[in-house]
Ligand binder design. Structure first.
Ligand SMILES: [Zn+2]
Length: 133
């Protein structure tokens, strides 16, 4: 079964800043992506292999645009290619992020095992003032 059967696709435009290699000017560009969201359920007709694959896949964005036209000089240049695919957990603003952060801060804000409380001074040290002599 083709991996695409596991996802529903939705086009998406994201803003990104790129520097034109010709005129060196930086501008914001609306870049087209396709968001592949994992379906809630395995598609009909899936076998065991598909089931295993389906368990592993996660949502991602695939870049559609390979080049942009420079807003300053009008020349085409290629988008740096290292980010043509992004998993959604690499991008901020996911619905789960907030939850995760709350968990992290709860975990780190926890005082942990309380430092041993100093036991109150036993009475024998306080009863006789000047007992050090
Ligand atoms: Zn340019």
């Amino acid at each position: 079964m083709d991996e695409r059967a596991f996802f529903s696709e939705k086009p998406e435009t994201r803003q990104a800043r790129y520097q034109c290699p010709k005129c060196r000017r930086t501008a914001e560009y609306g870049i087209r992506w396709v968001r592949r969201s994992k379906k809630d359920r395995l598609p009909a007709g899936a076998d065991e292999d598909d089931r295993a694959k389906f368990a592993k896949v996660r949502d991602y964005l695939l870049r559609v645009d390979d080049e942009v036209v420079c807003k300053a000089c009008g020349r085409k240049f290629e988008i740096p290619s290292q980010h043509s695919l992004m998993f959604l957990d690499q991008i901020g603003g996911l619905p789960n992020d907030e939850e995760l952060e709350r968990e992290i801060s709860a975990a780190s804000g926890e005082p942990g095992p309380a430092p041993e409380a100093k036991p109150a001074l036993p009475a024998r040290f306080t009863r006789k003032p000047g007992g050090w002599k």
